[in-house]
Design a protein around this ligand. Sequence first.
Ligand code: ME8
Length: 621
Amino acid sequence: MAKRFYVTTPIYYVSDVPHLGHAYTTIVCDALARYHRLRGHQTGFLTGTDEHGQKIARMAEERGMAPRAYADKFADAYSSTWKALEISNDDFIRTTDADHEAFVQELWRVLEQRGDIFLADYEGWYCVACEQFYTEKELEPGNHCPVHKKPVEKVKEQSYYFKLSKYQQPLLDHIAAHPEFIQPENRRNEVLAFIRSGLQDISVSRTTFQWGVPVPDRPGHVIYVWLDALSNYYSATRRKALAGMWDDDVEVVHMIGKEISRFHAVYWPAFLMSAGIRLPSTVFCHGWWTVDGEKMSKTAGNVVDPLKLSSDLGVDAFRYFVLREVPLGADGDFSHEALLTRYNAELANDLGNLLNRTLGMIEKYFPNRFLLGVETHELRAKAELAREELAKAMDAFQPSIALERIWKLVRECNAYVDQSAPWSASEERKREILANVHEALRFLSNLIDPFMPERAVEMRRQLGVVQSGWPAWNAGGDWHVEKGEPLFPRIDDDKKAELLARWVPKKDVPVEDPNQISYADFQRLDLRVGQVIAAEVVPKAKKLLKLSVDIGTGKRQVVAGIAETYQPADLVGKKVIFLANLKPATIRGVLSEGMILAAGEEQVVALSGLDRDAAPGTKVR
Ligand code: ME8
């Protein structure tokens, strides 16, 4: 039987519109799915949205929307973005789909029948943004979530637990027997360290909110959102579009970002083991994109919008860049400059120009645009080697290497044209050379299909060929070429500046708040501890007292408007905070050389003080 391949993206939270990171995982999966289809493998490709849980319930509430309406809005944003990015998923699952919810309850019942679910009191820490419980030792100082760096919440409620601890050894055994199960190796080692540190049973139900799949027959409990979400990969295979994709012979691949490896490589396989269902073949954890060296975030204003880039530069150029720029598994830094540099060098120059000049020569030297049945063999070995090496790279989840390999062939073709110089060759030789390059280009159009499906079709249109599929070298043929617009028009310096201005958000210069002072401004205040050594009323001024204050370096006389609140006798001996470098002033004929700090507006209600003793003159800062 032909090989069968099933690939999934994480299902994304319906918390916002998709950005570069979400697009990346989905494009990687799309390239894998298209590659397997090209090879004639029966292929399933699933993506979707994760819609339940406290995080989404809260976000909807904050916006005054019902959770379902909120979820609809962003689920639509995801599916329409995927259409625009030429994502060829066979199904789109939403965790609010009725058949999925029914499956989650079924799975729950099976885990319960296995004796793996029990009820207990839960007390611990929860990060709503991660939808994850944390132990005290995993938290950062101040009870901060290690991922979001924000305070976690204390949760105390009755909860159903899953006996994760029971699967510690079976998981270790499985990972040892299947080195391909967790990739790349550094992630495998991380997961192994986590499992070896001792698996605790995990809470798998919540009672403090209702937006989730109800625990069967246990009113008030909803199923933990990750148990619900992870099940999507299997529940979708009960649908027609992906039927059979969880059968034993299928290569099942979960492509995820490295931050959710624990859920996919520990919890999910443990649930499956408990239910007696086969495990996925591979959980591949790719790296994290930053943008110009910074974490991508709304607050930083640097979120990369895949739709904007694609509409300005072409979807396939964007797809090419993200697949080519970073080896799958490594972290990557996105830069708009680098995108344009690769575009011009590799797409416009190397490939675009090869097509353009080849077709230009065919049209020039053979005005009827036909290359009649010429033998082509000169580039054959190179093309076939590229195809084999591309397959090896894709089978090892390395699209960047696959593209690198294709570009080696592109450069070999360019060198072939340069060296064989058709422009100065005989008519017969011209025909041979151009037929060879034409065939290589046809072959190339099939090799790039998984990565740049739209441009591949356009290439074939210009070459006058229709066939697509896993390429085999044609020893000869007749083609009627139709040179069109350049595949990837060059971006000149003016256009580049225009695009960068459109794409790269201007760093906001913070608006000055006139009420703010700098620390340097504050430091100009000479604040220090003062001790009142004498106090008396100022004649004919019912609000004022005249004080003598020891400020360490000597005595100061001040007039203070505190007579309505304090009697002179109350004050002697009191320590207060004293502003020593206030310009002296004469108030009601009395010299005042400083100020004591006090609380209150029109009328003082309390004097500043110190919660411990400090000597007069001690600096206050
Ligand atoms: O975690 N770099 O959903 P999510 C690379 N609903 N990839 C990134 C990225 C970045 N900067 N940002 C996001 C969830 N991603 C859960 C998953 S699965 C059963 C449930 C990608 O919307 C990457 O694939 O937060 C990451 O794992 C995923 O988006 C997280 O998407």
